[in-house]
Design a protein around this ligand. Structure first.
Ligand SMILES: [Fe+2]
Length: 244
């Protein structure tokens, strides 16, 4: 069983195209998508077209999919909204918050909440890995051996005490972000690759490959800058944000 896991595409059509091309060489048995499909200042309409033509077996709804469809909308959602049809918004609203595929559980944030990090927590002006006890508490009651989440955009695999795995594939299209407010923080992957994961089930257990796919980010950088999202432009160009 080979499973490809995509998450947090965020309207980055060029990154998605690179991942879809890379996927052909991986020949997965199934492809799943953990949400946050469109929110952001990039080529949302083309992302929609690419997803319509791609083989995605199961998609769960991200917090930005929910806010785009149902509100309240934040700046990333507002940037994407003019490029989406009502039919797409209706489809986003209808996506499930969680799903199960065989021995694999899917959610965007945590099983309970699409806007909470499962594997990370705040520390200073960034995120660090959450303590095992907290990660395990959020996994209580789930029977599946592989638990998938996105949302933080941080690619990471964590083993629970009982051997289950929680895997965040990272973000296809948004390698970092800044969260403003009275206690701001920023997250960046440190590379501008399109990121996803390929999981293989074999006799010894699950192998997890976090794949970092290069692509030409220049068009997305130009689009982000033209639409007034300089932080997006910086992180798409370099993988880095400020001093993070
Ligand atoms: Fe996201």
């Amino acid at each position: 069983m080979r499973l490809a896991v995509l998450s947090d595409i965020h309207g980055n059509a060029d990154a998605l195209a690179a991942v879809l091309a890379d996927l052909k060489g991986q020949a997965p048995d199934a492809v799943v998508n953990l949400g946050d499909l469109y929110a952001g200042p990039l080529d949302v309409a083309r992302t929609c077209d690419l997803l319509a033509g791609a083989r995605i077996d199961l998609t769960v709804r991200g917090n930005h999919d929910r806010m785009l469809a149902l509100g309240p909308r934040k700046p990333w959602d507002a940037a994407a909204l003019p490029h989406l049809t009502q039919a797409t918004l209706t489809a986003l609203a209808a996506l499930p918050a969680t799903a199960v595929l065989g021995d694999v559980f899917l959610c965007h944030g945590t099983p309970q909440d699409d806007a909470t990090f499962w594997l990370e927590q705040r520390s200073g002006r960034g995120l660090v890995r959450a303590p095992l006890a907290r990660i395990e508490a959020l996994a209580q009651g789930l029977a599946q051996r592989v638990l998938l989440c996105g949302h933080s955009h941080v690619a990471r695999t964590v083993r629970l005490g009982d051997g289950r795995l929680v895997v965040n594939p990272g973000s296809v299209g948004c390698p970092g972000y800044q969260v403003p407010g009275t206690d701001p923080y920023a997250v960046c992957s440190g590379s501008n690759h399109a990121v996803y994961a390929v999981l293989d089930h074999g006799p010894a257990g699950w192998t997890v490959a976090h794949r970092q796919v290069p692509y030409d980010t220049a068009p997305a950088v130009a689009l982000a800058r033209a639409r007034g999202f300089d932080d997006w432009a910086q992180v798409l160009a370099t993988g880095w944000l400020g001093e993070t």
